[in-house]
Write a protein that binds this ligand. Structure first.
Ligand code: FAD
Length: 552
């Protein structure tokens, strides 16, 4: 019998666990927000021995941290804004995140085409990428390569030959933002942290500057409806686009505030946009757009427009989608994508810091820390890529201010995030071959092995081992996979599984549609849902699937 070395993480026994933690006086730090920023802080602090509780109002990573371009990158375009510090930090972090969780952070060769009248001339592109490689200390084999026009066209025949002057090939990493967030939360829990999804902070009282008093967070359990409070010496709000909303629970928001911009991505079949590698190309309005191939699809993004609506209800509009389609169609040869070619889409908010007189694309992506009068620390801005350094800065600050005490400094640089980590990418590749050899005999496709391995790392083996091969194999694997996320990843609603644990709704929406009943039944059975509750979940599934695979 193959066992799983993850610790159980299930919402089956939720009420008892919530009451136990609320009654305990042993929490040092509460983190509000289960996106990448909060998850990184929870891991850093728990590794320092600080007793940490993370609270997330929706599902983990349901905010911006499942809606990004999913790149671990230095942000080449920020060089144009002379954000050298930001580019250097995220450039260096790429290799660290890759090493710390290789199955989730894959090397991706990118092509930056140089076109007549484009944003980068040949010399500036080559210099920019050279500086980028230098800042990120990129190893020799990954360094940039300048391609002549003929070489660029051979590398990518879809490029616009009449305007093309050449290209620069360089290296980035591709990830799954939501899975990275969830793995960080699981790692924090293995180190003693507690974490709850579907728990919303609705009120804040007390004073963290007073050692004896501390801060109390009043929360609503969005699943059971219970009101519950927690007290800790220190509180960090990592609420992303909701940082100002959380700050406003203390009174009017003073000083710096957020500026939200919306970014949209669309997904099409790879056969409809058959690029050979990821491409970072000039949009008609001078911005830059990514096209990123991923398994049998390709995703395109992003937009960057000011957003003043409700952060809980961000949608891809027809304008957003048409902007992306128009740019792809005008740029690539013989590509004519239509609305009906879009398989899925997602929209997210960048929690940027407002700067007087600056528009969406000009604002810095640097993170910023705010301290409220009651001692609550908020952090916003930044990038997925820089989560580790952001977390280190926040926990260092809490330590310096005496809000938490720990004998140790941050230990995340060499920390392997997964419970059964790969030592390096070579081991990931050989494990994939081994798993395929073993399970191909039982009828499992290589694509399925790769998909499971890229999502769950070595726990793919646990899922494959527990599959019932007497049933329809693909359905049986899916069912075992869902149960894994229910038992070990706190999946609670069906979309927790098909959007954020597996990414299936974005990258293989047909599999979700084909297995609608199986997914619903597995959840209903696990949580013992009443027929009414099951019907409500079914309605929810229908709504989310139609919103993600269609648009306004
Ligand atoms: P979030 O992920 O939004 O997390 C905040 C969480 O707080 C949410 O889950 C929310 O539900 C929770 N919360 C809010 N209020 C409460 C409350 N009252 N109680 C409890 N919980 C609460 N970065 C990169 O490095 N690479 C990229 O390729 C990249 N692409 C991007 C593309 C787009 C379109 C966008 C929008 C961003 C991109 N970024 C990228 C930036 C990156 O995604 C964000 O910086 C990062 O995800 C922000 O994470 P966060 O944890 O701060 O916020």
């Amino acid at each position: 019998m193959k066992s799983c070395n993850d610790i159980p993480f299930s919402n089956k026994d939720r009420a008892r666990q919530l009451n136990r933690i609320s009654a305990s006086s042993s929490i040092d730090l509460i983190v509000i927000g289960g996106g990448i920023t909060g998850a990184g802080i929870a891991l850093d602090s728990s590794l320092r021995g600080i007793r940490t509780l993370l609270i997330e109002k929706g599902d983990f990573a349901s905010g911006t941290s499942s809606k990004s371009t999913k790149l671990i990158h230095g942000g080449l375009r920020y060089l144009k804004q002379f954000e050298i510090g930001l580019v250097r930090e995220s450039g260096l972090e790429r290799a660290v995140v890759h090493q710390n969780i290789p199955h989730l952070v894959h090397p991706e060769r990118m092509l930056l085409p140089i076109v007549r009248d484009g944003g980068f001339g040949k010399l500036t592109a080559s210099m920019a990428v050279g500086v980028y490689d230098f800042l990120a200390n990129v190893n020799k084999s990954d360094k940039k390569k300048v391609l002549k026009k003929s070489e660029a066209l051979a590398a990518e025949p879809l490029l616009p030959a009449s305007r093309l002057e050449g290209a620069v090939a360089y290296s980035e990493y591709r990830t799954d933002d939501a899975r990275l967030t969830i793995e960080l939360i699981k790692a924090a829990r293995r180190n003693g942290a507690e974490a709850f999804n579907y728990l919303e902070v609705t009120g804040i009282s007390g004073n963290g500057n007073d050692r004896n008093e501390g801060i109390s967070l009043h929360c609503k359990d969005k699943l059971g409806g219970m009101e519950i409070s927690f007290n800790a010496r220190a509180v960090v709000s990592a609420a992303g686009p909701w940082v100002d909303e959380v700050r406003s629970l203390l009174g009017p928001v003073l000083g710096k505030r957020l500026y939200l911009t919306k970014g949209v991505h669309i997904v099409v079949a790879h056969k409809d946009l058959p690029v050979k590698s990821a491409i970072y190309f000039d949009a008609l309005d001078g911005r830059m757009i990514f096209v990123i191939p991923r398994t049998k699809v390709c995703y395109i993004g992003t937009t960057d427009t000011e957003y003043k609506g409700d952060p809980d209800n961000v949608k891809c509009s027809l304008d957003d989608v048409q902007y992306l389609l128009k740019n792809v169609n005008q740029y690539f040869i013989n590509i004519n994508l239509e609305l009906s070619d879009i398989l899925s889409s997602w929209a997210g908010l960048r929690p940027l810091i407002h700067e007087e007189g600056k528009g969406a694309s000009e604002l810095s992506r640097k993170d910023e820390i705010f301290i409220s009068s009651n001692g609550m620390v908020s952090i916003a801005g930044g990038k997925l890529t820089g989560y580790r350094k952001m977390a280190e800065r926040v926990v260092d600050l809490l330590q310096e201010k005496g809000m938490v005490s720990s004998a140790s400094k941050g230990e995340t640089k060499d920390y392997s995030i997964h419970a059964s980590p790969f030592r390096n990418y070579e081991e990931y590749n050989s494990f994939k071959d081994k798993l395929f050899l073993e399970y191909n005999k039982k009828g499992v496709d290589k694509d399925v092995v790769t998909y499971l391995l890229d999502n769950y790392g070595k726990h793919a083996e646990y899922i494959l081992f527990h599959t019932n091969y007497n049933d329809d194999i693909n359905r049986s694997i899916l069912r075992t996979e869902i149960i894994f996320t229910l038992d070990f990843e706190s999946a609670t609603r069906t979309d927790d599984f098909f959007s954020r644990r597996s990414g299936l709704l974005y990258f293989n929406p047909d599999r979700v549609k084909r297995n609608f009943d199986l997914i619903l039944d597995t959840f209903a059975e696990y949580f013992n849902l009443t027929p009414v509750e099951k019907d409500q979940e079914k309605e929810r599934m229908i709504r989310i699937i139609s919103e993600t695979t269609g648009f306004e």
